[in-house]
Each structure stands twice: as C-alpha cells, then as structure tokens.
Design a protein around this ligand. Structure first.
Ligand code: MG
Length: 350
C-alpha cells in the first residue's frame, strides 16, 4: 500500500513538474516582455451584444446582400420585422464572406406559435465554417436527444445546461470558434473547438468536434483536407426561425512570436564562478539547485537563471534580468534587478 501511495506521489510530481517546465513559454514569450505588441484597440458597443468596432456585420435587419443560397444565388429567406426568417424549402443560407477562427454573435427566435415536437419544433442551426452545427431548436419544455437540443454541437456534445427562453422570445448565441488544423500533408493535428454562450450562459466549453456535424453519424475530418475557412451557415429545417443582429469577428490565428530567440546570449558558466553568487540579497535569495542558479524573489518565487556573462543573467520564464555587483575580490556586494517596466531595483547582499 505504501509503495502504491509513493507511486502516486511520484506520478503527480511528474505531472506537476512537466507542466511547470512548459509554463509561460508555451506562448513563445517570457513574462513581461516589453517587445510584445500592444493589444489592438477595439471600441465596444454601447450595448453589450451589439457589434464592436472591428466586427463584420452580416445582418443588421435591413438586407440580405451578405448572404447567398447554397448554389451562390440570392438567399431565399425573407425579411420579417427586421429579422431574416427561414423559408421552408428555401434552403440553407450562407454568408458570402468566409471565416476561419472567429467570434460570432447572433440572435434567434423560434416561432411564437408552437408546432411540432422534438427535432420538429423551431429547428434551425448555425454552421461554423459551413461544417460544424450549433443546434438551434425550441428547447423550451421540448425534449429530444440531448446532443440535438439547443446549444448542442449537433450529434456530439449536449449543451452543459438548457438556457432556452420560451417560443417567440429573442435569444442570443455568442460563439468562439477555432477551426481544425492540418499539417502540410492534410493530416489533422487539432480538432475544431467550439465555445458557446446561450443567453449569456456557458453551454459549450471548448468542445472539440469529432468531425463535421451530421445527423446519425458525424463526418470525417478527412473530407475537409486543408480547409482553412468557410461561410457561416444558417439551416432551413422547415421551421420559420428568425435571426437578427448577426456579426462576426475574425480572430488572429497565429500570434506573433519573438523576433529573436531568447537566450541566444546564454553562456556556459563554470560552477565555481556561479556558486559564489549564492546568498541573500535583501529579501531575495540566490541558491544553487539542480545544476542551476535559482533566484528566489522575496524568497518565494523561484526563477531559474540563465547566464549571459559571469555577472549578468536572464530568467527562463521571465523577460527580466539580474546583474551582480562584485567587489575587487570578486565577492558579490549586491544586485540590480530588472523585472518589468517598473524600473530597476537594487538589493544589497546580506
Ligand atoms: Mg438543426
């Protein structure tokens, strides 16, 4: 039993250790690098839910010029009371513009006059990249298979909760979509990821699609090959579902990386030279651990040091640096710390 527990402890230490070693650098950046570009300024709407300044408005209640039918011709839905309404046998409608990674906002209302049951009541759907359906259904007091109710990734993930409003009431979807990734040979390396808020309530939490959605059985990613974008699609399922206030924000797909590789200045430091820097500096502490110098900021944030010279060091996970002052005998007398934009801090050796 004791050995078993010990095994578990080792296992978790390994897991914790491996995460620790990846840490911040998964983003490609060390913490607080001032070379990192500033976030682009976006002016939010006066009313949350309306389009922010960088959104592409696909439907504002007036015209359907940004939409087409499947064959590319004019969309065959109709505009009723500033909403676009699905027309039976009118077919799906697709945005003329195509998107990969994106944020989508739209509002929908199932018919006020309740007709049908299960999948037959207020059925429509929002298709990301034209392939991945977030189900639209009147799921208010209307049971069906869970993975086909409102807010589901159709046939794959039921919504986390049923946040539906009643028939005829306007409801919102806010969707964050990350498209699937393929390598150069068209082999899938990342599944599509869908996050959805239904009426402000989280119903899909980064759900990874098994493939393009479909009735009975989902499709395979193989059919998408290297597809990187597709239209936003809205389903005609024979029920007069209405949509309004539809906007999309394409998302940055590849984040900028540091121009120069970190630690190009790294040198090999003689252990004896390194170890003479061990000691207390104000409230901080430098120690030798696992073949590295480690700087303990305020004694409790261990930062592995990267030697750039005998007296200057960077850190493995922070863009900051530390410089040691030595006296004539080569004994350290203090440090100068540079940890963020707040300026340099000094500490005297104790
Ligand atoms: Mg549907």
């Amino acid at each position: 039993m004791r050995l078993f527990v010990f095994g578990f402890v080792l296992f978790f230490a390994f897991i914790a250790g491996s995460q620790f070693s990846v840490g911040q650098l998964e983003t490609g950046w060390k913490a607080h690098d001032l070379n990192r570009s500033q976030p682009v300024v976006v002016k939010p709407a006066e009313k949350i839910g309306n389009a922010p300044s960088d959104a592409i408005v696909l439907f504002d209640g007036t015209d359907m010029s940004k939409w087409r039918s499947r064959n590319g011709g004019a969309a065959k839905w109709k505009i009723v009371e500033n909403a676009m309404e699905s027309v039976r046998n009118g077919g799906y409608v697709f945005s003329r513009q195509e998107f990969g990674d994106c944020q989508v906002h739209l509002e929908f209302a199932s018919p006020k006059n309740v007709k049908g049951n299960g999948q037959g009541r207020g059925n429509s759907g929002v298709f990301l990249m034209g392939e991945f359906e977030i189900q639209v259904l009147d799921s208010f007091d209307n049971q069906t298979y869970a993975d086909g109710s409102a807010g589901s990734v159709y046939g794959q993930y039921p919504p986390l909760v049923n946040a539906s409003r009643g028939p005829g009431q306007w409801q919102t979807y806010d969707i964050v979509f990350r498209r699937p990734r393929f390598d150069g040979d068209g082999k899938l390396i990342k599944r599509a990821r869908l996050t959805v808020l239904h009426n402000g309530v989280l119903v899909q939490d980064a759900s990874l699609a098994f493939g393009p959605t479909n009735w009975i059985q989902h499709h395979s990613y193989a059919g998408l090959k290297n597809k990187t974008k597709g239209p936003l699609g809205l389903q005609d399922h024979g029920n007069p579902v209405r949509y309004r206030n539809i906007w999309v924000r394409p998302l940055v797909e590849v984040r900028p990386q540091p121009e120069k590789p970190y630690d190009a200045q790294r040198i090999e430091l003689d252990q004896a030279v390194a170890k003479r820097l061990v000691g207390r500096y104000g409230g901080h502490r430098v120690e030798w651990k696992n073949e590295n110098l480690v700087f303990n900021f305020n004694g409790n944030t261990p930062m592995v040091m990267v030697p750039h010279s005998e007296t200057e060091f960077g850190f493995t996970k922070s863009a900051g640096n530390i410089k040691f002052d030595l006296n004539e005998d080569g004994i350290p007398t203090g440090i100068e710390l540079n940890l963020d934009a707040a300026g340099k801090r000094k500490a005297i050796r104790k």
